[in-house]
Design a protein around this ligand. Structure first.
Ligand code: 2PG
Ligand code: MN
Ligand code: MN
Length: 581
């Protein structure tokens, strides 16, 4: 990555004695004041949580978190915004997510994000007049029906990785273009939307296709599967997920069904699966797959978010590829909805230009010669590197940046809710003791990854595990002159049951059990600053930034380290005053 045009940071003071600043992101740990939560009576009547009535469904409040509690009761604690327009999403009904959250944390300001950029490109028509569309979609072989256009991606309106309206817009665009055959490869969600909502989207799709299909135009679903088990792996955590998708979408190899509805209903009933975990399926006609991917076809991956799009993109575009045996590698005209990695230029062709996230904190600190540290386990490793650095996978300066990945287990995380929190703490404490960095950031995946399982008891443990690790780092912070900024990128574990938007009460199913919620939340996140006594100035939280959000943290970090924060960054959350002697 190039540093040529990046700003030169001005340093006003350099904290003494190897002072370090470490940002801790507790992924998916939103913070809602317990008193505004659900009532004691509900908890009692349903026997869900005998002790802490207010925390019904809120695994963050229900967990034993003495260390977080210490931070919450300090004067350097507040909550900040982590969803909607505060992180560049189209509306305040959009929950936060890791991509936009870490982008804002690392870049110190908010960029219009994928969801918003694709909406505008569709509305303005730019998507359909651009070169990528022409190269991949407006092709004669598609218009005369000799080749097929494949559309693959996450099938919901979650707006974290994709949106069903974008899929519909592409289908309309393809038909307008005079294309004859479109085949869909749909990944069922249940993670950014309700866990069992796939059939709602199937209803929508069927209605929509009813108005589109004709003698001249045929759009059919060809294959699919649940997003956590098929195609959408990230950070090379488990390539077998992508292999299953490749086999189903490209080779037509998976269990056969007559329709997507039949696939979902039968597969769900066989193992009590949530949609996100459904095995791969292929739809057949007369014993043959409805479609396979062939040389010369066009293929669009319609997710706008990159982490879970990169591996399937590589499988479909790389000549030399060894992650799994592909058996057959059709040469397709491939486009992503966006470019997923700005350093690797992956993919080369993309329909919408991604946000131009530049002058990130890492870049500016490299330019100032500051040693940095980033660490997480595989599931979130790219969050503190790739997302943090504006969706770029490289380093600005390998001599100054030390990135450590702790390998995640390949298991359902509700079975081991502590995940790698202890190992991340071990590594971080070691680096703190060695004074190997001046500014660092780490991510604990637990609240989010276990939160997504919908398992309340496991989520409570997951938050407690993060707290335990946090406590160890807090102790080490005192010994090693490290100031901690403790926060989260968005909520998740704070709302494990579905809550009615109007009544704000938990929704119960027909068996009297709370309806499980697997997605992120709209909750604000904690912001605590710990161990500031080592600085020679007093620190206070500014009171004029009631709407402060994740994008205010970069300037806060820079100022704690004695730098003047760039004028184009969102303001720091703190102010300094002289220490009384
Ligand atoms: O798992 C993911 O891909 C998303 C949810 O879609 O979660 P996060 O943004 O926390 O990574
Ligand atoms: Mn996250
Ligand atoms: Mn998540």
């Amino acid at each position: 990555m190039s540093l040529s045009n990046s700003l030169k940071l001005k340093r006003i003071f350099k904290p003494q004695n190897n002072t370090k600043i470490l940002t801790i992101v507790m992924d998916g740990v939103g913070y809602t004041n317990p008193n505004t939560n659900l009532t004691a009576e509900l908890a009692k009547n349903h026997g869900i949580l005998p002790s802490e009535a207010f925390s019904i469904g809120n695994a963050v409040n229900a967990a034993y978190t003495p260390n977080l509690n210490r931070l919450i009761s300090s004067s350097l604690f507040r909550t900040i915004k982590a969803h909607g327009t505060s992180v560049g999403l189209p509306s305040d009904d959009d929950m936060g997510n890791s991509e936009v959250g870490h982008n804002a944390l690392g870049a110190g300001r908010v960029f219009a994000q994928g969801a918003k950029l694709v909406n505008s490109a569709i509305e303005s028509g730019n998507l359909f007049s651009g070169n990528a569309w022409k190269e991949v979609v407006a092709r004669t072989e598609l218009k005369d029906g000799t080749q097929t256009l494949h559309l693959c991606g996450l099938f919901s309106d979650g707006n974290v990785h994709s949106h069903i309206d974008h899929l519909f817009a592409l289908i309309i665009g393809a038909k307008k273009e005079g294309i004859k055959k479109v085949r869909l490869h749909l990944l069922l969600d249940g993670r950014d939307v309700g866990p069992l909502t796939a059939t709602d989207y199937i209803d929508k799709l069927e209605n929509f296709l009813g108005t589109m299909n004709s003698n001249e135009f045929s759009c059919l679903v060809a294959s699919g599967g649940g997003r956590t088990f098929v195609t959408m792996d990230r950070y090379e955590s488990d390539w077998s997920i992508v292999e299953r998708g490749y086999k189903a979408h490209v080779l037509g190899e998976a269990r056969f069904f007559k329709s997507i509805r039949e696939a979902v209903e039968i597969l769900r009933s066989e193992k009590n699966y949530y949609d996100q975990d459904l095995p791969p399926f292929v739809l057949e006609n007369n014993g043959k797959p409805i479609a396979t991917v062939e040389d010369g076809d066009s293929f669009i991956f319609f997710n706008f978010r990159g982490d879970r799009a990169i591996e399937i993109t590589r499988a479909l575009t790389e000549e030399k590829f060894s992650a799994f045996p592909r058996k057959r590698f059709p040469k397709v005209h491939y486009a992503g909805m966006m470019q997923y990695d700005g350093d690797l230029k992956l993919p080369e062709i993309f329909l919408v230009t991604p946000p131009a996230i530049d002058q990130t904190m890492t870049e500016l600190l490299c330019n100032a010669g500051v040693k940095q540290f980033a660490c997480s386990e595989t599931q979130k490793y790219g969050h503190v590197t790739y997302f943090w650095n504006g969706n770029r996978s490289g380093k600005f300066n390998a001599d100054l940046e030390n990135y450590v990945e702790i390998t995640s287990d390949q298991i359902p995380f509700q079975e081991r809710p502590w995940m790698k929190s202890a190992e991340i703490a071990d590594e971080t404490i070691k680096q703190m003791q060695n004074n190997s960095f001046e500014i660092g950031r780490i991510n604990f995946a637990n609240g989010d990854m276990v939160g997504h399982s919908g398992d309340f008891a496991a989520a409570v443990l997951s938050v407690a595990a993060v707290d335990l690790a946090l406590g160890r780092i807090m102790n080490a912070a005192k010994e090693t002159n490290t100031i901690l900024i403790v926060t989260a990128d968005h909520g998740n574990a704070d709302e494990m049951f579905e809550v009615d938007k109007k009544t704000k009460k938990v929704v119960f199913d027909k068996n009297g059990l709370p309806k499980v919620k697997t997605s992120h939340t709209l909750a604000p996140v904690p912001l605590a600053i710990y161990n500031t006594e080592i600085l020679e100035r007093n620190i206070e939280l500014r009171e004029d930034l009631a709407n402060g959000g994740l994008s205010n943290i970069a300037a806060t970090v820079l100022e704690l380290a004695g730098f003047e924060s760039p004028s184009f960054y969102d303001p720091s959350l703190i102010s300094f005053s002289e220490k009384k002697k």
